[in-house]
Design a protein around this ligand. Structure first.
Ligand SMILES: NC(=O)c1ccc[n+]([C@@H]2O[C@H](COP(=O)([O-])OP(=O)(O)OC[C@H]3O[C@@H](n4cnc5c(N)ncnc54)[C@H](O)[C@@H]3O)[C@@H](O)[C@H]2O)c1
Length: 255
């Protein structure tokens, strides 16, 4: 009985930004758990290659390239996924980018791009998918925020603002859509080694700062987040709604 609470084998999951990094780790976790996974990126090349490789290993993986910040592309993709792959049970709004710059020098392009891809995208994809989930009376939405939804750092005001907004969008989705049987929660990763954080892992000063500050004494690995992503998509979390679970090695536990 307890194991079946975590069973996601009959679920169809859409994961935005899953051609690499954390999104790819969530995809592999769900595929290994038997789920059908729709993988996404804005560009086709890596996405097609990665999905084909997973398919060749017998996994139920589908590739849908679309830009999560483009309303028309999002609507077209969600309609097509529902028709061709099946009803979406779980949505993971994971796509995200950085445009690092000091606030005083930040251009409006750098500001808008990061807000569009990290925050507006979750509104657009979330709304398109919720419109399908609501008549069915069930669904799970997981937004990927960040440690930076709580804590600011130099160079990333656009990103921290987007992730802070995404934390509140998570609560708003939970508030408005809970009555339709949809739960919405967030995962806030700490410092995890991916392409996005390469400029930081390759900076010896930043690298030693992370290892010194985080109680677990190491960078997170993409695999460290999979369990939480499966938990929030499974029936084990059915009465959790509107929360962020931080997977940050204890960063926020100490001063
Ligand atoms: N790596 C970390 O330490 C860390 C920490 C906290 C939060 N996060 C968040 O986790 C998520 C994934 O991060 P990552 O480190 O794996 O990044 P990554 O750069 O390795 O991967 C990002 C993915 O998003 C896709 N993407 C980018 N723009 C897109 C768009 N417009 N439309 C569709 N797809 C798009 C990319 O193709 C890629 O697949 C992001 O939201 C990020 O903010 C990461």
């Amino acid at each position: 009985m307890y194991n079946s609470m975590f069973d996601v084998s009959d679920k169809t999951v859409v994961i935005t930004g899953s051609s690499r990094g954390l999104g790819l780790a969530y995809a592999k976790g769900y595929l290994e758990a038997g789920a059908t996974v729709v993988m996404n990126a804005s560009g086709k090349e890596t996405l097609t290659k990665v999905t084909a490789e997973l398919k060749s290993r017998g996994y139920k993986a589908y590739a849908y390239a679309f830009d999560v910040s483009d309303k028309e592309q999002v609507k077209k993709a969600v309609d097509s996924i529902e028709e061709k792959v099946g009803p979406i049970d779980i949505l993971i709004n994971n796509a995200g980018i950085h445009r690092r710059n000091m606030l005083i020098d930040m251009t409006s392009e750098e500001w808008r791009k990061v807000i569009d891809v990290n925050l507006t995208s979750a509104f657009l994809v979330g709304q398109a998918v919720a419109r399908k989930m609501i008549p069915r009376g069930k669904g799970k939405i997981i937004n990927i925020t960040s440690l930076n939804a709580e804590l600011a750092r130099q160079n990333i005001a656009n990103y921290s603002s987007a992730k802070g907004g995404l934390k509140m969008l998570t609560k708003s989705m939970a508030t408005e859509w809970g009555r339709y049987g949809i739960t919405c929660n967030a995962i806030g990763p700490g410092y995890i080694e991916t392409d996005l954080t390469k400029p930081l892992t390759e900076d010896p000063e930043f690298d030693s700062w992370v290892k010194k500050e985080v109680p677990l004494g190491r960078w997170g690995k993409p695999e460290d987040i999979i369990g939480t992503a499966i938990f929030l998509g499974s029936s084990a979390s059915d009465y959790i709604n509107g929360y962020t679970i931080y997977v940050d090695g204890g960063w926020q536990a100490c001063l």
